[in-house]
Design a protein around this ligand. Structure first.
Ligand SMILES: *[C@@H]1O[C@H](CO)[C@@H](O)[C@H](O)[C@H]1NC(C)=O
Ligand SMILES: *[C@@H]1O[C@H](CO)[C@@H](O)[C@H](O)[C@H]1NC(C)=O
Ligand SMILES: *[C@@H]1O[C@H](CO)[C@@H](O)[C@H](O)[C@H]1NC(C)=O
Ligand SMILES: *[C@@H]1O[C@H](CO)[C@@H](O)[C@H](O)[C@H]1NC(C)=O
Length: 346
């Protein structure tokens, strides 16, 4: 969870937290954006692979999977007190995980609900500290409207934002600002962190909670820092990969009310979140979770953001199809506890 690599890169770029926004910072950003555009559209012919990595694998993009993840228990009673368990003080950290998805991705939601509710069954304290929700924009299909309503009644784990579904069209901004208002009760905030995640990301919630427990509760930005080497989008200013990143509650409130985010919300959502924070000198506490957060490797060469599974994983990204999910779940022994029975032959 060291943030040293991120902060050194951060300083190198002259974007140290707390520094005032100056013309040279803006120039750096413009140069960075220009470099990015050049890289994506000119240097790399494989535009979609790169684009999908940086935009977090298709959050909100038609054709990618989207799922509602909250465990049934967590959905039924958000942020309730932790009950017993030997796994520590999960009650002291409360996290809302918003998985960006699309209304029609019923199958993915079903898989994610199953996966995360089994994690909560194995570690009951999770139900008190993590709420998993599926997030999408306005439902436009009359068929989806009925079927999604059915899911909401049954599972209560869907957030429908007031926005039109389109890629990088400001959905993440709408998510953070909606949550900032909806859970802005009097007294202590209901959540310490709000995480945006993709529906092709497998989260190991106990590892996530254990890791967040040791993180600052304020001015905190948690995830996988990009760029993580000089070959991939260096020197674009640092941001956390869209696979899954968390903001502390004060930063969620800030995003909802700041001019920086309001006027500049349309763009690759993960980069833009980093940009708001960089420009405003926010997020002094940055947590880079490499190598525990990474992309599924498959046949690709390993890199700082893509490698083979490791035991203390927090998140694996780019699980685009059932085969990748199966391989991942098998590695993490998720079905190992299946008891023998004459009723199935697997
Ligand atoms: C949760 O814990 C706090 C502090 O221990 C206590 O005051 C509160 O009543 C508990 N709430 C519930 C719903 O059990
Ligand atoms: C989303 O739906 C609501 C309710 O139907 C409507 O008032 C709002 O204008 C829609 N928003 C967008 C961005 O389409
Ligand atoms: C949340 O509540 C605080 C205190 O009432 C207020 O200052 C803040 O603007 C509210 N946040 C949002 C996003 O409405
Ligand atoms: C899965 O189970 C095997 C056999 O018990 C064990 O060797 C391995 O370490 C486990 N893998 C993980 C990721 O826990």
């Amino acid at each position: 969870m060291s943030s040293s690599s991120s902060s050194s890169l951060y300083k190198q770029l002259g974007l140290g937290a707390g520094s005032p926004v100056s013309p040279s910072h803006l120039l750096l950003l413009v140069l960075g954006a220009g470099f990015l555009a050049l890289t994506v559209f000119v240097v790399h012919p494989n535009e979609f692979r790169i684009q999908s990595f940086f935009s977090g694998g298709g959050c909100g993009r038609p054709g990618t999977d989207a799922v509602d993840v909250a465990s049934a228990a967590a959905a039924a009673s958000p942020a309730k007190n932790v009950s017993g368990g030997t796994t520590g003080d999960a009650a002291d950290v409360r996290v809302l995980v918003g998985i960006q998805t699309l209304p029609g991705k019923y199958e993915r939601r079903n898989l994610l609900r199953t996966v995360y509710s089994l994690q909560a069954r194995e570690q009951p304290s999770l139900a008190g500290s993590v709420d998993v929700r599926f997030v999408f924009c306005n439902v436009t299909s009359p068929v989806d409207a009925v079927l999604v309503a059915l899911e909401i009644i049954r599972h209560g784990d869907i957030i429908v934002l007031d926005c039109a579904e389109n890629m990088d069209g400001g959905k993440t901004y709408t998510f953070f600002s909606t949550v900032a208002r909806a859970f802005n009760g009097t007294g202590a905030p209901r959540y310490d962190y709000v995480m945006k995640a993709d529906d092709d990301t497998y989260l190991r919630l106990p590892a996530l909670v254990a890791s967040l427990r040791g993180a600052a509760r304020e001015d905190a930005y948690y995830g996988l820092v990009m760029p993580c080497d000089r070959d991939n989008f260096y020197p674009f200013p640092p941001f956390m990969s869209g696979m899954g990143y968390a903001l502390s509650w004060d930063l969620v409130q800030w995003v909802a009310t700041a001019e920086e985010s309001r006027r500049d919300r349309v763009g690759p959502e993960d980069m833009w979140t980093g940009r708001w924070l960089n420009l405003a000198g926010r997020a002094k506490n940055r947590y880079d979770n490499a190598p525990r957060m990474y992309n599924y490797r498959g046949g690709s060469p390993p890199s700082c953001f893509r490698h083979d599974f490791i035991p203390d994983t927090i998140a694996v990204h780019m699980l685009k199809d059932a085969a990748r999910w199966a391989e991942t779940l098998r590695y993490f022994n998720v079905t190992a506890a299946l008891p023998p029975s004459p009723l199935y032959h697997l």
